[in-house]
Design a protein around this ligand. Structure first.
Ligand SMILES: [Zn+2]
Length: 412
């Protein structure tokens, strides 16, 4: 058997096995009673509901994973990639357009196949637990907007990469790297003004107790904040959140309206202080630097593997092309990407503890952060006792209980 085919099929099955096993173990690890720390936030009914939500989410993730893995393997073994290639080539477009059509068709096919799962997730699963607030109209308009955006953004990015690999010889990967990094930094820069408002309304937080408390906290931490906005998160879900957008001096914070309606001023200040902690402790810069290096490594490896005849033989291709090489490399990259995501989740969990500690020090009120976390877990029906394998594999945040324990022992 072709060595690339063996690696790809084995890693698809391996990552499916790991995911399924982790869901099984986490379902078994569900405790009959909430941990003592949560006794005041989870009444028996809410706790039972949170367990049922965890079970239902895991079943959903196992079914989607199984379906996607099986389908990918069947398409590879049945020569689906070659079939699509013959079809696209018969249009006799120029090389770049042929590549865009090929990759675009694959993207479209996978989006159409994923649609029933998305509909089920939003309107059945999340609805059953009272999270979904999205209308069918919002769902449809979200999808139309995302589709147009991915055609434009994905189109420019892929066309650039195809052109560099086609025209610039052995150092094409360096040019692709520079191009992709500049392009994505540009996107991050315009996202708060051009892209995010397409999906949500951002209103400056009105003057009052909350605004003054947030500004005082930012000042106290020596943090330049160019705006505090309220985002209509309630348009889609009852789950609350907060995040920063923009670069350098143009940093703004967006608070979900759902967060504001559920938490006290002190708790929201703690949540913002946590986010400030991520900037002040250099987490955002580190993440950016790692992302840039990772992109370079990916393009370098891509340039080595994408022109291997053996790789094309693994997919039963009759002809070689740069565009199909990109897709095949992405599949070959599966095991590497799994390893990297486990590592980056590990770093990210460490950063979360650091940001919590920062919030607790800056506000001098670890108890505010603790109660904010408890409220968020109760209203999001979080799993309070995930299995360590699930945490290791998927958690970018430490289990909430560990965060609370760390906060209650951290020095002020
Ligand atoms: Zn965080």
């Amino acid at each position: 058997m072709n060595v690339y085919l063996t690696v790809i099929i084995a890693s698809l099955i391996g990552s499916w096995l790991l995911g399924t096993l982790s869901n099984r173990l986490s379902a078994k690890a569900l405790a009959p009673q909430p941990p003592i720390e949560f006794a005041d936030h989870f009444d028996p009914e809410t706790f039972a509901k949170s367990q049922e939500y965890t079970r239902a989410s895991m079943r959903f993730s196992t079914v989607t994973d199984t379906f996607n893995t099986l389908l990918t393997i069947i398409i590879i073994l049945a020569g689906g990639f070659n079939w699509l290639d013959i079809l696209v080539r018969s249009l006799e477009l120029n090389p770049i357009l042929t590549g865009l059509t090929y990759i675009g068709s694959l993207g479209l096919i996978s989006a159409i196949i994923g649609l029933p799962f998305e509909i089920y997730h939003a309107f059945v699963l999340e609805n059953r637990f009272g999270f979904n607030t999205m209308t069918v109209g919002t769902f449809i308009s979200d999808h139309i907007k995302s589709f147009i955006l991915s055609v434009i953004i994905g189109g420019v990015l892929i066309a650039g990469v195809l052109a560099f690999f086609q025209l610039s010889g052995p150092y094409a990967w360096l040019l692709c790297w520079g191009f992709a990094v500049t392009f994505s930094l540009g996107l991050t820069y315009v996202a708060p003004t051009w892209i995010l408002p397409l999906f949500n309304k951002f209103t400056p937080l009105e003057d009052g107790e909350l605004r003054q408390a947030l500004e005082a906290c930012a000042n106290n931490a020596g943090f330049k904040l160019s705006g505090i906005f309220v985002m209509d998160g309630s348009k889609r879900s009852t789950k609350g959140n907060a995040f920063f957008t923009g670069f350098g001096k143009h940093k703004r914070i967006a608070l979900f309206d759902t967060l504001i309606s559920e938490q006290t001023t002190e708790e929201i200040v703690a949540v913002m202080a946590h986010e400030i902690g991520h900037c002040k402790r250099g987490h955002i810069k580190k993440r950016l630097a790692v992302g840039i290096i990772k992109t370079g490594v990916i393009f370098y490896l891509m340039s080595i593997f994408m022109s291997s005849p053996e790789l094309f033989a693994a997919f039963g291709m009759e002809r070689m092309s740069i565009y199909a090489g990109l897709i095949f490399f992405a599949l070959l990259y599966t095991p590497m990407s799994l390893v990297l995501s486990v590592l980056s989740n590990r770093v990210s969990r460490k950063h979360e503890f650091e940001a919590d500690r920062f919030a607790s020090k800056t506000t001098g009120k670890p108890e505010a952060m603790i109660s904010a976390l408890k409220k968020l877990s109760a209203s999001n029906l979080s799993n309070l006792t995930p299995h360590p394998l699930t945490v290791w594999l998927k958690y970018g945040h430490p289990p909430v209980l560990e965060r609370i324990r760390a906060l209650s022992t951290s020095p002020k």
